[in-house]
Design a protein around this ligand. Structure first.
Ligand code: C2E
Ligand code: MG
Ligand code: MG
Length: 587
């Protein structure tokens, strides 16, 4: 029942109003002065207050002021009741926040109509406030559960949907989580700026939504990482969705006038056991995702316990790598490079080996990426440079035929800001003239920051060091693009050299690389030459030098010294080419 408080000091008037109200089906409470009125209002919170103006102690204005100050009584509709009909009184009351004004004497109908109008207005006001509150709540809810940029669910909603899916489905069914991470996103979008990058992410989000079924949930977890809950389905269908995601992301993106090509790595894992462990499933999907990345990205991998074992193994290897240097478990082997002009050894590539106390020899292909990732490559790389320089100096002072030593420089090492200073220091400490040291770099190292790389290579060149481009043909750039770097030598990757006789494509490519290098005045070394037939082909094409098992595997420093000492030579097959033609590519 609607509760109305009547504050009126004249008893007759108060009784009269209370009677009218009670007959109008209101619950009416009377107060004989302002102080009591305020007390009742604060304790009982009426739906409306009717209050006289002229009263002893606290007058009506005082009551209104007090009620408006208290948040629990501030919005109660307030009607003034007075014998005064002065305009100024009316204004004062309204200014203080009164809702209406009734002058005595009034008729019953007048009073009830005034109350009804106030209550209607109050109901409308309350309804609007409730609506606004609901809107704010919805907005809050939205930002709690959705990603602002893509409007996709966030991690919290992903969790709720996952639990919801489990509740609604057959407990024997498997649910899967697919993690999608964009490959090299920061690198690719570095030049785009934040606005274009955001647009790109939005477009990625909408492609992901298109790639899955309506019942699947696509959520954004991090800047360029998404998770998809796949509703239970056949494994093959899950794989088809992963492939579909890859295909859609591979299509060029138009970002505000820019065309960008993206790729992603995907890891998929299914729930296990009672199936309610989202974190465990995400962890497994992450293991599969890391595996996909290690395999070069732009592919999906499905979690298996075997993958987990591999990743634990890797962790163990990584931690023991930190001590490999101080425990003297690292060593260098040297592989000869032989001139196809003279048949003699011109250089030695220093190749690192790790003699692991339990595993035996670990190949650099396995541990260099780990050393790159955890930063151990910096001290290891410095050790390689120092050891190789000391070795070449040892051979020189032993009076052996002069050979250059080639050292591989990894990407992380190349980014080291004081690398040039370290090189200069090592050369001076070991006494090796700069032209006896060659530094091998791969294209991926150089393209990370072209301007800086060009400058650094030029400094090295000015110092008199030799620079070679390793594994040429495995990257993406053309030789003419790479021409902007001051190389002396390019090393054709083994993947081109092998089967050069049986694979016409490899033969044509190798031939083109050799002739292009010649026009660019670069020396060419063919890597991984294993057979006489490969050697003959390279020789015929005018390749400058070879390195490979055919002449020698990587060997110890002592064995290498022995080889120099006996002057082991390559017996070159006869060709139709004249010696002057080779001279262009000789060292
Ligand atoms: P890379 O610089 O391209 O070195 C050539 C690789 O090819 C060596 O593998 C060598 O043993 C192998 N190889 C040479 N001739 C033949 C052949 O005829 N047939 C076959 N099948 N293989 C041949 P390795 O020693 O396992 O080194 C692998 C890679 O590890 C190197 O590739 C290089 O990128 C990296 N690496 C080796 N030592 C170092 C180092 O000291 N520092 C850095 N940063 N990376 C290194
Ligand atoms: Mg190399
Ligand atoms: Mg190589």
């Amino acid at each position: 029942m609607t509760k109305i408080l009547v504050i009126e000091d004249e008893e007759i008037v108060r009784a009269n109003i209370l009677e009218i109200l009670e007959s109008g089906e209101f619950e009416a409470i009377g107060a004989e002065n302002g102080r009591i009125g305020i007390e009742i209002a604060e304790n009982q919170i009426p739906d409306l207050v009717i209050c006289d103006i002229t009263m002893p102690e606290i007058d009506g204005y005082g009551v209104l002021e007090k009620l408006r100050q208290n948040p629990s009584t501030a919005t109660i509709p307030f009607i003034f009741l007075t014998a005064r009909a002065d305009k100024t009184d009316f204004r004062t009351g309204m200014n203080l926040g009164a809702d209406d004004y009734l002058t005595k004497p009034f008729r019953r109908q007048e009073l009830l109509a005034c109350i009804a109008a106030r209550l209607r207005k109050q109901a409308a006001y309350e309804q609007r406030s409730k609506r606004e509150l609901r809107q704010v709540e919805a907005q809050l809810n939205y930002s709690l559960y959705y990603d602002q940029l893509t409007k996709l669910p966030n991690q919290l909603l992903l969790r709720e949907r996952f639990q919801q899916n489990l509740k609604q489905s057959d407990p024997r069914e498997f649910h899967s989580i697919m993690l999608v991470d964009l490959d090299r996103f920061d690198e690719i979008t570095e030049a785009l700026g934040n606005k274009r990058r955001d647009l790109l992410i939005q477009e990625v989000a909408s492609r992901l939504t298109v790639a899955v079924n309506a019942k699947d949930t696509v959520a954004r977890l991090q800047t360029h990482k998404f998770a998809i809950i796949l509703t239970p389905r056949e494994r093959a269908t899950g794989e088809a969705i992963a492939q579909n995601v890859l295909n859609l992301l591979n299509r060029p993106f138009q970002s505000d006038g820019y065309e960008v090509c993206l790729a992603a790595s995907i890891g998929i894992a299914a729930t296990v056991g009672d199936g309610d462990d989202l974190d465990g499933t995400i962890k497994n999907a992450q293991i599969a995702l890391s595996h996909a990345k290690q395999l070069g990205g732009n592919q999906y991998q499905i979690y298996t316990p075997e993958l987990q074992r591999v990743s634990i193994d890797k962790l163990a290897l990584e931690s023991s790598l930190r001590y490999a240097l101080e425990r003297s478990e690292l060593l260098l082997q040297y592989q000869p490079q032989v001139s196809l002009f003279e048949g003699r050894i011109t250089s030695a590539e220093a190749l690192i080996r790790w003699r692991h106390p339990r595993r035996g020899m670990v190949s650099p292909g396995e541990f260099i990426p780990l050393a790159e990732a955890n930063g151990a490559i910096v001290p290891i790389g410095e050790w390689v440079l120092r050891t190789a320089c000391a070795q070449v100096q040892k051979w020189r002072t032993a009076g052996l035929p002069p050979v250059r030593v080639a050292v591989n420089i990894s990407a992380r090492q190349f980014q080291q800001s004081n690398l040039t200073d370290r090189l200069v220091q090592i050369l001076s400490d070991t006494g090796v003239p700069p032209e006896f040291l060659e530094l091998e770099l791969t294209e991926s190292t150089l393209v990370q920051n072209v301007a800086e790389a060009k400058q650094r290579l030029q400094t090295w060149k000015d110092l008199g060091l030799k620079i070679s481009l390793d594994d040429f043909g495995t990257g993406y750039s053309s030789l003419s693009y790479l021409q902007q770097f001051p190389f002396d030598i390019i090393k054709i990757d083994r993947s081109f050299v092998s089967h050069v006789n049986s694979d016409p494509k490899n033969a044509a490519l190798t031939k083109t690389i050799i002739s292009m290098a010649e026009t660019l005045n670069l020396k060419v070394v063919a890597e991984g030459v294993e057979t006489e037939a490969e050697l003959a082909f390279l020789h015929r094409q005018g390749c400058g030098a070879i390195q490979g098992y055919f002449f020698s595997r990587p060997i110890s420093a002592d064995e290498f010294a022995q080889m120099l000492h006996t002057d082991k030579r390559l017996h070159l097959p006869p060709t139709q080419q004249s010696e002057t033609e080779y001279a262009t590519n000789a060292f």
